[in-house]
Design a protein. Structure first.
Length: 237
């Protein structure tokens, strides 16, 4: 009986040791997998060879902006890469053909919403702040919010693209997106103005156009019905 007992005892000890080793090994692998997962989540970017929904969204956005002419198929091929490069060059970004976080921000495809932005994405808020900083530099705070409101009024208007990125990058709409200042980060004031506009403040009174009468050369823009004047900008319908 003693031998049988000792045999069972050592069998249990051996089993427990093996089980402990297995659990420890599994735990280590789990940590490694999580770490690898974290690394992958940081390093995985949409680039040549990528596939999936994000690639489709990139293609769709680039197509709406006139940079991409291929199929919206979710496959990051040469055409998509070249379109990303062209977009990056136009915005003063590093033209590497990789749709990294900053490129996605500029495209208006950043994920998540920012607090106090009326349900718009953090990328939308960033883009609008960039536009405000570039277009309304030197204007009063109210004037900066008004410029942001014009962009949002266009988004809601049937005659314009239905996204902030679409409105901002619409050909000929805002010359600032093609000059060197577009790569400059927006000021804190411009960021606040963008949030106020997104939360419904519209000092422009519903305007979809604005211009500086000191520099505007277009007879057509001067013919638009004037709603209000704020600082150096005339806001019109």
């Amino acid at each position: 009986m003693k031998n049988i007992f000792e045999h069972e005892k050592w069998a249990k000890i051996t089993l427990c040791a093996l089980l402990s080793f297995f659990l420890a090994f599994a735990g280590i692998k789990g940590v490694q997998n999580r770490r690898n997962g974290d690394i992958a989540s940081v390093e995985t970017l949409s680039k040549y060879g990528s596939r999936g929904e994000e690639v489709r969204q990139i293609q769709k956005k680039l197509k709406s902006l006139g940079y991409y002419t291929g199929a919206v198929d979710g496959i990051y091929g040469t055409g998509t890469k070249n379109a990303v490069i062209a977009f990056q060059k136009s915005c003063g970004l590093t033209a590497d053909g990789i749709a990294g976080p900053k490129t996605l921000l500029y495209l208006g495809l950043g994920s998540g919403t920012s607090a106090g932005t009326g349900g718009y994405s953090s990328s939308d808020a960033y883009l609008l702040a960039k536009l405000i900083a570039a277009e309304a530099r030197g204007e009063s705070y109210t004037g900066q919010v008004a410029v942001g409101a014009v962009v949002l009024n266009r988004v809601a208007h049937a005659s314009f693209p239905d996204t902030i990125a679409g409105v901002i990058y619409q050909k000929g709409a805002f010359s600032c997106v093609t000059d060197s200042n577009w790569s400059v980060e927006p000021t804190d004031t411009a960021r606040r103005a963008a949030k106020d506009a997104m939360n419904g403040w519209d000092p422009s009174g519903g305007a979809i156009y604005y211009y500086n009468p000191k520099t505007a050369k277009s007879a057509w823009i001067r013919s638009r019905p004037v709603i209000t004047t704020i600082g150096n900008h005339v806001f019109c319908a």
